[in-house]
Design a protein around this ligand. Structure first.
Ligand code: ZN
Length: 290
């Protein structure tokens, strides 16, 4: 039996096949262009494994419709990527492969992947944030995703502005929500360079840490998880983690007991593989439920 996974990101798709123990035997990266071009390559990849392919787990960029009872279940919905707007992802694939599939957001898939990782065996609940071109969050509680069949929009939580920050924010809906102030494009919008080119001692990192620390405080108050993980492109700046922990401590004032902050606020243990592994976990679970 072969399990398939698709991490459908806004800039690239990762397709992978694995055995039942989640050993990935092949993976490819495809550029996200338009649905026809990208999906043709996706189909070609999985066609090679068609005889043994038992199911495909999908984690997609969004917004998506992940409610199984909805008439537009499996669609990418109101995305700013116009070519993908209202794309019927699931039925497109079902047209080529008559096998079970699961469909959730890419960040939910990452949260599930991390939840099942070796490092998090003792963890009963965690919240995973990706901080990249946007900010998304996924929460897992005792193995189940919070948000039921839908998905959450924790990246758009409202936060307090830093007193040294007058940037209007990039979110077309809220302006200065968390994503508007703290995602990658907000660095580009402020300084006209990308985060990876911004000096490590630049004052902005403290501002960003303040925003992500607020996110961690809010998350703690809502979910009291065992762990909060920050992944995604912006978080490749490892120096952010001590700054976030320090500001979390200052904001939390020991109000909520969270234990060792080094373990509580961390980077992903699976690196960039979390979403693919989450997709594999989800399709395997769906197959054994069926
Ligand atoms: Zn927003």
């Amino acid at each position: 039996m072969i399990l398939g996974a698709i991490e459908a990101g806004g800039t690239k798709f990762i397709c992978a096949v694995a055995d039942e123990q989640f050993n990935v035997t092949e993976r490819i990266t495809i550029k996200t262009t338009d649905p026809e071009t990208t999906m043709t390559q996706v189909v070609d990849f999985f066609k090679q494994y068609e005889t043994d392919l038992a199911g495909i787990g999908i984690g997609s960029f969004g917004p998506i419709d992940a409610k199984t009872t909805s008439p537009t279940y499996g669609h990418i919905t109101s995305t700013p990527k116009l070519k993908w707007r209202n794309f019927d992802f699931l039925n497109f694939l079902k047209g080529y492969f008559d096998i079970p599939m699961t469909f959730t957001s890419d960040v939910n898939a990452s949260a599930v992947g991390e939840f099942h990782s070796v490092e998090n065996q003792e963890v009963e609940s965690l919240v995973y944030y990706t901080v990249g071109t946007g900010i998304g969050g996924g929460a897992v509680q005792k193995g189940e995703l919070i948000g039921g069949q839908g998905f959450t929009e924790m990246g758009h939580q409202l936060i307090k502005r830093h007193s040294d920050d007058d940037y209007e924010g990039t979110c077309p809906y809220h302006g200065d929500c968390l994503e508007g102030l703290a995602a990658g494009p907000a660095i580009l919008g402020r300084y006209e360079i990308e985060g990876k080119d911004l000096a490590e001692d630049h004052a902005y990192w403290e501002i960003l840490a303040y925003y992500l620390a607020q996110c961690a405080v809010n998350t703690t108050q809502f979910y009291t998880p065992d762990k909060i993980i920050f992944g995604g492109g912006v978080m490749k700046q490892e120096h952010l983690f001590p700054k976030i922990r320090e500001q979390f401590k200052a904001l939390n004032q020991d109000y909520m007991a969270v234990g060792d902050l080094e373990c509580y606020i961390t980077g992903p243990s699976l690196g960039d593989d979390a979403a693919v592994l989450g997709c594999l976990e989800m399709i395997k679970a769906a197959l054994s439920d069926a």
